[in-house]
Design a protein around this ligand. Structure first.
Ligand SMILES: Cc1cc2nc3c(=O)[nH]c(=O)nc-3n(C[C@H](O)[C@H](O)[C@H](O)COP(=O)(O)O)c2cc1C
Length: 135
């Protein structure tokens, strides 16, 4: 739902957006370059979600050169887990930046108990993020 919201705003702003579900994401596709937004929740003990495990593992093992990649991160978590809050998104952020990708803007944290729907938070966040991406 967050990805749908983000894609809608990108298209309204005149851009093109394609949603790739994490289980369909591949290192080869990412390595082609371009601008990506990672939307990741957190499960287990600060883990990336099940459908992103294979992609995350491939990033760590294959260590592709991602210097042609720019990215943003919308991380979902719950502050009831203070020691691993939003670690799914934070793990992707650390991996991408270590592999040479350049993050645009700050990592966005969404707290499931913060009282704001993730889609609403995403709609607000993407406006500033797009400005940063264009400058
Ligand atoms: C079993 C379980 C483990 C979780 N572990 C964490 C965690 O370690 N850190 C965190 O910030 N959120 C954790 N969460 C919260 C989810 O990441 C959060 O509710 C998120 O909004 C879920 O997004 P989704 O509904 O799109 O899957 C956990 C949730 C569940 C059910």
């Amino acid at each position: 739902m967050v990805a749908d919201e983000l894609a809608g705003h990108i298209e309204d702003a005149g851009g093109e957006a394609r949603i790739v579900r994490m289980e369909k994401a591949s290192v080869a596709k990412l390595q082609e370059g371009g601008t990506w937004i990672i939307c990741s929740s957190t499960y287990g003990t600060g883990d990336v979600p099940d459908n992103g495990q294979a992609f995350y593992k491939a990033l760590l093992e294959e260590r592709p050169d991602l210097s042609a990649v720019r990215y943003g991160v919308f991380a979902l978590g719950d502050s009831v887990y203070p020691n691993t809050f939003c670690f799914g998104g934070k793990k992707f952020d650390a991996a991408l930046s270590e592999l040479g990708a350049k993050r645009i803007g700050d990592l966005q944290e969404h707290d499931a108990r913060g009282g704001i729907y993730p889609e609403d938070a995403a709609a607000e966040w993407i406006e500033g993020w797009l400005e940063s991406a264009q400058s």
